[in-house]
Design a protein. Structure first.
Ligand SMILES: [Zn+2]
Length: 279
């Protein structure tokens, strides 16, 4: 499942063919992938910014020059399990499971949204603040520093593994990066989030920024199906310290790494380097 680094990698890849380009037409190809009853106007538009919040991309579409007074509208895409944006040459055949196409003639490309498993969602909204997809979504994980993470976690009895992956608290982190961040910070996934000291929350924040930033620099992680926008796999899985490495020696202490299944999800950690008790 794409997490923050994979979505950010996609954003950076498609930005050059979208922002400032004329979007000649927007063509929805499927009905049941929309979060609300709104459908995109056909166009044309000029592509504005693409911003990311957690695992959601927000495209701004500026109505055509003939009608400059019209405000932009926003296309939001939440990736779900298998959603992805690809660009393909204008005139080439669409990939299977393509659900939306943006035609960008000056680049000779079509920007296409596909999602075989259809857990992802698209939405047209007059403003990101009014978006149903973003309703109840917390701040982007990369926008938080140690003291703000401390304040968010302080009232919580839930374990760190759940708090870090709860998009209502902070958006963008799933099972893979939760495991990597907690290992990097030397914190047990079973520690109650509210038990962190301010110093520990700052350490967690530093690990969060370090792990997510280096994953973005590597083009994200490819575990099952994720591919970068150009079809190549991400490279960060080579650097995973714990995820998918149960039984292998911990890179810090040499003991075999643990895997347990909690709520139908695999959880990876080092029992020695991530002690349950606060020091
Ligand atoms: Zn260890």
């Amino acid at each position: 499942m794409p997490e923050l680094p994979e979505v950010e990698t996609t954003r950076r890849a498609i930005l050059p063919v979208f922002t400032g380009r004329r979007i000649a037409s927007i063509t929805p190809l499927r009905e049941d992938i929309w979060a609300t009853g709104r459908r995109p106007p056909r166009g044309p538009f000029t592509g504005g910014e693409i911003v990311r919040r957690g695992k959601t991309l927000i495209f701004s579409l500026i109505p055509d020059k003939a009608d400059r007074s019209s405000p932009p509208i926003f296309l939001l895409s939440r990736f779900g399990m298998s959603g992805r944006w690809d660009r393909r040459h204008q005139g080439s055949r669409p990939a299977p499971h393509t659900h939306l196409e943006l035609l960008i003639p000056e680049e000779g490309v079509i920007l296409a949204w596909s999602d075989p498993r259809r857990f992802g969602r698209l939405e047209i909204s007059p403003s990101p603040d009014e978006s149903r997809l973003l309703a109840g979504t917390g701040p982007d994980a990369l926008s938080l520093d140690g003291p703000s993470l401390f304040e968010i976690f302080r009232p919580l009895a839930t374990p760190l593994r759940k708090a870090l992956t709860n998009p209502a608290l902070l958006a963008g982190i799933g099972n893979i990066y939760m495991a990597e961040i907690l290992f990097d910070a030397g914190l047990s996934p079973f520690r109650p989030a509210g038990s962190l000291s301010l110093a520990e929350a700052c350490r967690l924040s530093q690990s969060l920024h370090r792990i997510l930033s280096s994953a973005i620099d590597s083009g994200g992680s490819t575990i099952h199906s994720y591919r970068q926008e150009d079809g190549s796999p991400g490279g960060y899985q080579k650097f995973h310290a714990v995820y998918g490495r149960e039984g292998s020696p911990c890179r810090r202490c040499g003991l075999p790494l643990q895997r347990t299944t909690v709520e139908a999800r695999s959880l990876y950690y080092c029992a020695l380097c991530q002690p349950l008790a606060a020091p």
